[in-house]
Design a binder for this molecule. Structure first.
Ligand SMILES: Nc1nc2c(ncn2[C@@H]2O[C@H](COP(=O)(O)OP(=O)(O)O)[C@@H](O)[C@H]2O)c(=O)[nH]1
Ligand SMILES: [Mg+2]
Length: 343
């Protein structure tokens, strides 16, 4: 999963980046950092199989930027990166930054950013309609483009417009509309606002249509992320926080993108594989290798809890606790799978 951290200058993007992706590297233009998605099931399997390799799902964070000032236009580089992520995180300043001329105004910044995404999509779609009309390309593509346009003209982002599978297909895979991409708005609060009990509600994840908001204190979280693991726990306990904001963020992102994970396990590798909810076994097999998808025979599936009890796969099998599923089986979160295939 690729996550783009965007926001106006001085909103705390780089601070949030180091909280979410500690140890990330600074490239010439964008900083990027990979983190492992914590998964107790992968650890549970590794404790049983003692594999050569243990592989967690990964998230790549990028510190992207947005515009030179609130309400300004985004540069082509920034746009290019924003169009190529699975999820946008908009960092909104909620603290006094002495280097900036204005006090924090989260509502203003959030609106300026969201309006800019709408305008950019409007521009892209208007051009498209013009071209299609000129080329007399009437049909499904024009219809859905116009449907999107009128939704945007109503002041709503495309993520709140429900399109059928056919409409989405007609719109085409090559078009990356920014107001359609999933968005997490992250209110970056001052230490005082963060510790103020009156703001406790802000810290909870709020869910909307394909959009989520949550509050953090980037400065505190960046400090936590830089500590050795043992110290982190004490520090979090002291603040009355059960876990770092990174974990809350990851869960919110998985939920919003409707991701679940299946697992594979053996002496070579224990690994988590993120997939969209609703993915069928044969498609899931393709994540592991395209040969397995092509030559799919069946999926043999069990649960970690059952393996813990039975101790070995052989014992599980003799107890009849390994299910055999076909290519159309809809995968469940936490399925441990052996794919059988021939090439
Ligand atoms: N008080 C406070 N200051 C912060 C917080 N997050 C960032 N800052 C400060 O705001 C300034 C700008 O942060 P930075 O991450 O560089 O912002 P960027 O321009 O969006 O990348 C720095 O001086 C940070 O230390 C926060 O949560 N609370
Ligand atoms: Mg920065």
């Amino acid at each position: 999963m690729r996550v783009g951290i965007v926001g106006y200058p001085g909103s705390g993007k780089s601070t949030v980046f180091s909280a979410l992706a500690p140890g990330g590297k600074a490239d010439q233009k964008v900083s990027f950092g990979n983190i492992k998605v914590p998964d107790a099931r992968v650890e549970g399997l590794a404790a049983i199989f003692h594999p050569k390799k243990t592989t967690f799902a990964e998230i790549t964070f990028m510190d992207v930027g947005s515009a030179g000032k609130v309400g300004g236009a985004f540069s082509p580089d920034v746009l290019q990166t924003m169009r190529n992520v699975d999820l946008l995180v908009h960092v909104v300043r909620g603290f006094d930054n002495p280097t900036l001329p204005t006090p924090p105004d989260p509502i203003r910044d959030e609106k300026a950013f969201n309006d800019e995404l709408l305008l950019l999509d409007l521009g892209v779609l208007e051009k498209r309609v013009e071209r299609m009309k000129k080329e007399r390309k009437l049909g499904a593509e024009l219809d859905v483009t116009q449907k999107c346009l009128s939704h945007l003209e109503g002041g709503e982002p495309l993520r709140t417009l429900v399109l059928t599978e056919e409409e989405q297909k007609a719109l085409g895979p090559g078009i990356q509309l920014l107001s359609q991409s999933p968005l997490i708005t992250l209110y970056n609060l001052s230490e005082q606002a963060w510790s103020d009990a009156a703001n406790a509600g802000l810290r909870e994840v709020k869910r909307g249509k394909q959009a989520v908001s949550m509050a953090i204190c980037g400065a505190i979280e960046a400090e936590i992320a830089a500590m050795p693991t043992e110290e982190q726990k004490d520090f979090l306990d002291g603040l009355g926080l059960g876990e770092p904001a990174r974990n809350v963020f990851i869960r919110a992102a998985y939920e919003m993108l409707d991701l679940i994970s299946f697992l594979t396990a053996g002496p070579d590798e224990c690994r988590a594989w993120p997939i969209r909810r609703g993915t069928v076994a044969r498609k899931a097999a393709g994540k592991v290798h395209s040969d397995i998808e092509r030559g799919f025979i069946r999926a043999e599936i069990y649960r970690l809890e059952d393996l813990r009890e039975a101790k070995t796969e052989a014992a599980l099998k003799s107890q009849g606790k390994i299910r055999v599923e076909g290519k159309e089986y809809v995968m469940h979160d936490g399925d441990v799978v052996n794919f059988r295939f021939n090439v």
